[in-house]
Structure formats: C-alpha cells, structure tokens
Design a protein around this ligand. Structure first.
Ligand code: ADP
Ligand code: MG
Length: 344
C-alpha cells in the first residue's frame, strides 16, 4: 500500500516536471545566434548579430540586412559617380532629379533635422568637406576667398524637394550633398526592419559604431555596447558601457576621422554657417529609439557644443545624450535620463 502511494507520488512529480519543462520551453524556446564577419560598407566596418529560433533563419536575416545596407550605399554614396545622390549633385543649379523613395525619405528627414537643430545638421556640407580635404593634402589652411565661394553653395534651404513627384533640386550650381552624418543611422534602421521580417527576434546592427538593436541577446539579456574613450584611441579603451534594447546609439567624435594641417587637427564635422570644423566636443553619444535620429543628432550636437546641444536633447522626447567635452576628456556630461542606459 505504502509502495503504491510512493509510486503514484513519483509518477505525479515526474509528470509535473515534464509539463513544467514543456511550458518553460514553449515560453522560452532555445534560440540560435549568428554573428557576421566584419564587412566593409559605407566606408566603415560593419557587423551584424541575429538571434532567431534556428541558425538558418538567423543567417538569412543577416544576409538580407547586409543586402539592404549595400543597396542603400549604392543609392547614397557621394563618391560613386553612378549613385542617385551623385546625379542630384551633378545636376545642381540645373534641373530636378527623380529619386527612389528611400533617397527622398532620407533627404526629407535630413531637412527636418536641419530645422530642428537650427542648421547645425546640414547635408549641403559636401563642398566644405572637399575643401578641407584638399587643404589637408596641400597642408595649407583654406583662404578667405575659398570660404567665401563656398558660402554661396551651402545651406539646407537650397534643397528643394517635391514630394508629389519625388524629385530633388539643388538651387545653386556646385552644391554637393553629403549623407555621411545620417546614412548609417538610416541604413541601420532599415537593416533591422528587414531582419525582423526575415524572422529574427533579436539583433544588433553595428555600422562602424552606429548601433541599432532590437529584442534580446541569445541569453535573453539586453545588448551591451561599449563607447570608446576619445583620448585613448590607440588602446581602444572603453569609457562607458550601455545596456540597450530596441534602441539606437550613435557617437560622433573628432578622434577617428580628422584633417591635419600644419600639425593641427581639424574634425571631419563642420559648422556650415561658420565654415569651421567643430571643436567643442570630443565625443557625444545620442541614445534614442530611431537610428536616423540618433545619427543626425549626434553630428548636430557635436557642432552645437555642450550647452546648446544638451539643451536641445532635453527638449526631445525619448532621446538622451552623453557628452565628453574637449576641455576635460574624463568628464561625462549626461542628459537627465541617460543614466538608465549606462552600466559602467
Ligand atoms: P561618423 O561618420 O564618424 O559616424 P557622424 O555621424 O558625425 O560621424 O558623421 C560625420 C560626417 O557627416 C562627416 O564625415 C561628413 O561627411 C558629414 N558632416 C560633417 N559635418 C556635418 C554637418 N554639420 N551636418 C551634417 N553632416 C555633416
Ligand atoms: Mg551622425
């Protein structure tokens, strides 16, 4: 009798255990994670991680995401004479150009961020970038005359969009659009959309430090992102770690890409109004749900400087900033709610 009871108890416990395990499995099915190799795209090194119910789905979603980034690069690369963007610049001052919806969208958003940042973000920066590059090669500062000439062909107000016909017209001959401050964010957003459609339930897209992530890691945690210390660029030291999910983080700094003239270093980010290179912020990281926004705003805040930049970020919903000023590179200046993302 006693034996019989014990048997029943064992059977009931075993059944309960199996049911519990099955339910747990159903609720938390095992996930596969695939990490891509480093790939060169958009003039930077890109890496994508996908988490999906199986390895095949994870790999497929990575492939689809890279295809999307390559497609957008082809459309928006100003150094490729065959890109639509180059065509728009080539016909500056002449005629409107019909463009793909994605290019139209990014131009539309770029103008929105120009208005939001009072011109600190401005994709008409192309001729200014080219001038400083030429000056760096010749090791001589730009002349007053060169700067005065460029003044006439910069300014986002000179981009004319027609949303009915999806055309773009640049008002002045010689204008050149440069999407370097926004394209990676836009592409990271699009890549994540494609990954989700391909069945990934978590993912991280890293386009040279332009990060976008969704869902969780394979182990069910948030994605951990390291931000490099601008004053220790040789050692790749991490100054701050962020834990993110369904967020984008963009960093703009003057420590990786810059021009050197007569021993002085000039940032690759310019204030289109003053025609000078940005020199107030060593690095700034913007965290918000949208990659296009974090990318554009990180470039803009770098131009605006600590005070004005931070004041702008505080006004924008769901958007946080961590700024390292040029003056004191050990200081981290944070917007009101930035702390929630920082784990170190
Ligand atoms: P990174 O390219 O290193 O990610 P950013 O997102 O800040 O950094 O983009 C910097 C690039 O944006 C520059 O290399 C240039 O092509 C372009 N750019 C420079 N100044 C501006 C500006 N004021 N507004 C918009 N784009 C800019
Ligand atoms: Mg940017």
């Amino acid at each position: 009798m006693k034996n019989q009871k014990l048997k029943i108890l064992i059977i009931v416990s075993a059944a309960a255990f199996i049911i519990y395990t099955l339910i747990h499995r159903l609720q938390n099915p095992p996930m596969a994670a695939v990490e891509s190799s480093n790939k060169l795209v958009m003039n930077t090194i890109a890496k994508i991680i996908a988490v999906a119910p199986d390895e095949n789905t994870a790999q497929t979603s990575i492939n689809a995401a890279f295809d999307e980034v390559y497609r957008l690069e082809k459309l928006m690369n100003r150094f490729d004479p065959n890109s639509q963007l180059s065509m728009v610049s080539r016909l500056a001052g002449k005629e409107p150009v019909k463009v793909d919806k994605d290019l139209f969208d990014i131009l539309h958003q770029a103008i929105y961020y120009s208005k939001l940042t009072d011109g600190a973000f401005d994709i008409t920066v192309g001729p200014l970038v080219d001038l400083w590059k030429k000056c760096a090669e010749a090791n001589s500062m730009p002349t007053e005359q060169q700067l005065a000439d460029i003044k006439k062909i910069v300014g986002y107000e000179k981009i004319i969009l027609d949303s009915n016909n999806l055309t773009v017209r640049l008002a002045a001959d010689g204008m050149k659009l440069d999407l370097g401050g926004i394209a990676k964010g836009f592409a990271a957003d699009k890549a994540q959309e494609i990954m989700k459609k391909s069945g990934a339930i978590g993912g991280l897209v890293d386009l040279g430090g332009q990060i976008g992530c969704f869902g969780k890691t394979q182990s069910g945690d948030k994605w951990i992102i390291g931000i490099r210390n601008p004053s220790k660029k040789e050692s790749n030291e991490i100054i701050m770690k962020l834990a993110l999910t369904d967020m984008s983080a963009s960093t703009s700094g003057n420590y990786e890409r810059f021009y050197k003239i007569a021993g002085r270093q000039f940032s690759h980010i310019f204030n289109v109004r003053t025609e000078k290179s940005a020199d107030m912020i060593s690095s700034d990281t913007i965290i918000c749900p949208n990659g296009t926004q974090s990318d554009a705003l990180s470039t803009a805040v770098n131009v605006m400087g600590v005070e004005k930049g931070l004041a702008l970020i505080e006004k924008i919903e769901n958007t946080e900033a961590v700024i390292i000023p040029i003056k004191d590179k050990t200081e981290l200046i944070k917007s009101k709610h930035a702390e929630q993302f920082i784990i170190k």
